[in-house]
Design a protein. Structure first.
Length: 733
């Protein structure tokens, strides 16, 4: 296989590890059943208690009842036990950071010394959720308007004699967006022009107090504009603040809300104390909750603690391991069929037909009635993510158009299954006649790997590869760590250097409430594009400043003020395909224009052909673990015998023997991975709960047990490496 490769890997990497070692759960589930006492013993660990509390403060109340034998309803008690088991599996097996269940750190290849774990360091960052603080401010300003500055909604644009803008609707935990329309008038124009740079209600009211309109009536009109979100308050929690409570406290002091500000500041000090201590923290959290509940406006709001843990045991990788990481990209550029965002491609066709080589204002262009309705451009979004189609409700035998390389791998799978082989090896000879499917991949991107040590041998499992930017997996950890912030700045500087004649601008938007855990980040990118966000400084590129035109088949986003092409950047791990806001989706898609940002192996088709797919390996890289794609009918007898422990274990043994399934497997449901011991009745029960409403069941082999579980301190891991382009890209024109 001959593939030119023009990417480097940074000398540092991100290590992600679960809170507890692998053996915690493996030992707990080593028998045929798990006793309540064994679980309660683990609950004595303060770190485990805190991790579960942070994950769900409301569930913790049930845990305490169960722990003290105060849960009298047997079924409810059993349900609580199953939930605790899932949490214990999560915090000892899965390395993807979530609350305190897993931590992360910056490590270095060939680090000469073990990290000094005794030195003072920031090991965690606790903050109150953005959603909670926004709810607080909404309730405060529903009663008090006068002292706040208001800004014009930055999605506002003109269509003939009408004004249009986007209004956000939050209802029952969901967020949607609608376009509102109203007629232009001189009075309204005065208000909106004044509010562009910020103004108080009294200032805006004074503009239209004439011809018999009293100041009171004028202010009522302004308050109505606030209610319909034509103008918005500029006091909001910031996604870039290290201490959100302290930040909101300062904002409230600025408008005279000193008593509320004092409570928030005291609560923030308590959170800082929690982060600095090793005592039992749950009572401390409860004191913070009681403190915040002194604020009337928070009485009915759920108060959620977000925590980022920077704790790991450390992992030293040699620079030789880098070659594995480079090999992973080489083979993925062969195995992956390449991907173009079909919606964006169809948009180009419509744009050219309608506008030709004209330049069009972005807001007008994406108007669904008068421009191009971006979300309706195409119903086919292109290549699905791995196994998505397998999990979906489709006809039993869908048509498949397999390429020659797909057929080659399918034949290897069939041969391995025929001979009861557990591993398939792909080598360079197999790939000799296959060309690189796509050369144009992003300037930076990430690879997630597991490092599996087997005696003297080191195996590397590829988990995922790609992304529009390597910052996607880094940004949210910069909020409480200088090391992560420096790492992100390094990546950002590389990207901007490769885009010399263009400006990279970060899109600032909250697509829906509750996402702040993946959206908060440090402010390390100079330019911003705010969407329904009240940022108003010289480095903000407002939506009404942006235009779009085509240049040689490429969409160009242009800033009239800066006279430069703008490259939008979404530096978070948000799955933006779920967003219902067209302008956000357009900018998200545009960041990967003419790029293939999905380099992960695409083996969907194998799950449609085979019940069992052996492990696939290339040059010491586990490209895909062994997996089983099973029909729900196989588990019907399990559901019928939920109360018969002996029968459950017997059926589990039959299933394992028939399909050659190891006793320890990972159940895959979307992005979740849950470890199941098929020889343990309690594991079987929570597994059956999870698959109850599923039409298909996808299981992966659990690699850490088969290779690394040789002592009590083995931690599962995920290593996130950053790839970056060596040479400058060519500019258009």
């Amino acid at each position: 296989m001959s593939v030119e490769f023009d990417y480097h890997i940074l000398d540092s990497f991100v290590l992600r590890e679960p809170l507890m070692p692998v053996n915690l759960f493996l030992d707990l589930a080593s028998g045929s059943q798990i006793s309540d006492e064994a679980i309660k013993q683990h609950l004595q660990n303060k770190d485990i208690r805190e991790a579960i509390f942070i994950a769900s403060p409301s569930f913790w109340n049930q845990v305490e009842k169960w722990e003290n034998d105060n849960c009298t309803d047997f079924k409810k008690a059993e349900k609580v036990k199953m939930s605790i088991l899932k949490y214990l599996a999560r915090l000892s097996v899965r390395a993807t950071p979530f609350g305190l269940f897993a931590g992360c750190s910056i490590e270095y290849f060939d680090s000469p010394n073990e990290p000094d774990r005794t030195a003072p360091q920031v090991t965690r960052k606790t903050f109150i959720s953005h959603t909670c603080l926004e709810d607080l401010l909404k309730k405060i300003f529903a009663k008090r308007f006068k002292n706040c500055t208001y800004l014009t909604n930055n999605t506002l644009y003109e269509i003939g004699d009408k004004l249009r803008y986007v209004r956000q609707i939050d209802s029952k935990g969901t967020t949607s967006f609608v376009i509102e329309e109203l007629s232009k008038s001189d009075e309204l124009s005065k208000i909106l022009n004044k509010a562009k740079s910020g103004a108080h209600i009294s200032e805006l009211g004074n503009l239209i107090q004439h011809r018999g309109v009293t100041l009171s009536e004028a202010n009522e009109f302004i308050e109505e504009l606030i209610k319909i979100q034509l103008i918005n308050r500029d006091i909001r929690p910031s996604l870039y603040e290290q201490n959100p409570l302290s930040y909101v406290s300062l904002l409230l002091k600025g408008i005279g809300q000193n008593s509320i500000a004092k409570v928030l500041e005291e609560a923030n000090n308590q959170l800082i104390e929690i982060d600095s201590g090793r005592f039992d923290k749950i009572p401390q959290y409860k004191r913070v909750l009681n403190k915040l509940l002194l604020v009337d406006e928070l009485n009915q709001s759920p108060i959620i603690f977000n925590v980022i843990s920077y704790n790991t045991t450390g992992l030293i990788l040699s620079k030789k391991t880098k070659q594995h990481f480079l090999n992973a990209v080489k083979i993925m550029k062969i195995l992956n069929s390449g991907h173009k965002e079909k919606r964006l491609e169809d948009f180009k066709i419509q744009f050219e037909k309608r506008y030709g080589d004209r330049k069009v204002r972005l807001l007008n262009l994406l108007d669904p009635d008068y421009g191009i309705d971006y979300l309706s451009v195409s119903s086919n979004l292109g290549v699905s993510k791995i196994m998505t189609s397998f999990m979906s409700e489709k006809e039993s035998y869908p048509e498949m158009n397999l390429g020659s390389i797909d057929l080659m791998i399918a034949r290897k799978v069939a041969h391995a299954n025929l001979n009861n082989e557990e591993e398939i090896e792909i080598n360079d000879i197999d790939l000799t006649h296959y060309r690189n499917n796509h050369e144009n991949i992003p300037d930076t991107f990430s690879g997630i790997f597991e490092i599996i040590k087997k005696k003297e041998e080191e195996l590397v499992r590829l988990r995922s590869l790609g992304g529009s930017s390597a910052l996607n997996l880094i940004s949210r950890f910069t909020i409480g760590s200088d090391a992560f912030c420096d790492y992100a700045k390094k990546i950002s500087n590389i990207e901007q250097k490769l885009r010399k004649d263009q400006i990279i601008a970060e899109v600032v938007h909250i697509p829906e409430s509750g996402l702040e855990t993946i959206l908060v980040r440090s402010d390390y990118i100079k330019y911003k594009i705010p969407i329904l966000a009240d940022l108003n400084h010289e480095n903000c590129i407002q939506l009404d400043d942006l235009s779009v035109f085509l240049n040689n088949g490429t969409i160009i986003l242009w800033s009239e003020r800066l006279q430069s092409e703008i490259i939008p950047s979404i530096n978070t791990s948000h799955n933006f395909e779920s967003s219902s806001l067209p302008i956000y989706r357009f900018l998200c898609d545009l960041q990967s224009q003419n790029k293939n940002s999905a380099l992960s192996p695409d083996f969907d088709y194998l799950g449609k052909i085979f019940l069992h797919i052996p492990r696939i390996v290339y040059k010491g890289i586990i490209v895909s673990p062994a997996l089983w794609c099973l029909e729900k009918e196989l588990f019907k007898i399990f559901h019928e015998n939920l109360d018969d422990n002996h029968k459950l274990l017997s059926e589990g043994e039959k299933l394992r023997k028939e399909y050659r399934i190891p006793k320890l497997v990972l159940y895959i449901q979307g992005d979740s991975e849950i470890l199941v011991n098929l020889e343990n009745v309690d594991c079987l029960k929570y597994f059956l709960q999870l698959i109850k409403n599923q039409s298909k069941v996808l299981l992966h082999e659990f690699l850490f047990d088969s290779h690394t579980y040789q002592n009590d301190n083995v931690h599962a891991n995920e290593v996130v490496v950053t790839y970056y382009k060596k040479e400058e890209r060519k500019q258009y024109g």
